[in-house]
Write a protein that binds this ligand. Structure first.
Ligand code: AR6
Length: 171
């Protein structure tokens, strides 16, 4: 599996699946979630509503992942996952790692060969940037023998990209 760092907006990624840093409601929000729903159009929200009316009546639990159409986006699918909110006195790292692992598994089950991730939990959910990058990179790299052959970690700005370059350099 190849891991690439990219700076920019994940909604423009031409990969099989992009991952959404969603919330348990699956019904949209701010950050990357808001951008995906805005640019992907109403088909994504309709698919999320169907999930809520079916197997995910109680919402999507933190750390898990589920796929929908990508609507008008260049990707084929959106894999929605729910990152943990950063907490000073509780180590929620394993749940953050679950987000990457489960998203890759769901993408692979769909037949996706390429997947783009945002930096899950690093915005509204306040996870410290360098630590979020470190978990992302470590977890993705540990899936080396995965059927997904290309993973892009999409960093929203140059500052985050620089942090990611440093973390990768150390690894
Ligand atoms: N492309 C790539 N990365 C982005 C984009 C984009 N278009 N927009 C933001 N980011 P966040 P979270 C970066 O807040 O912390 C939502 O309201 C952003 O700079 O999107 O997991 C959901 O509904 C940051 O580095 O997700 C949830 O309620 C990273 O993506 C909650 O926020 C993640 O920031 C989830 O919070």
């Amino acid at each position: 599996m190849r891991l690439e760092l990219v700076t920019g907006d994940i909604t423009t990624e031409r990969v099989d699946a992009i991952v959404n840093a969603a919330n348990s409601s699956l019904l949209g929000g701010g950050g990357v979630d808001g951008a995906i729903h805005r640019k992907g159009g109403p088909a994504i929200l309709a698919a999320c509503r169907d999930l809520r009316a079916g197997a995910y009546g109680g919402g999507l639990p933190t750390g898990q992942a589920v796929a929908t159409t990508a609507g008008n986006l260049p990707a084929r699918w959106v894999v929605h996952t729910v990152g943990p909110v950063w907490h000073e006195s509780e180590d929620r790292s394993s749940v953050l790692q679950d987000c990457y692992r489960n998203s890759l598994r769901v993408a692979a089950e769909l037949g996706a060969a390429s997947v783009a991730f945002p930096l899950i939990s690093a915005g509204v959910y306040r996870w410290p940037r360098a630590d979020a990058v470190s978990h992302a990179v470590t977890t993705i790299r540990a899936e080396a023998a995965h059927p997904v052959t290309l993973v892009r970690l999409v960093l929203f700005d140059e500052a985050t990209r620089n942090v990611a370059e440093q973390v990768l350099g150390q690894g």
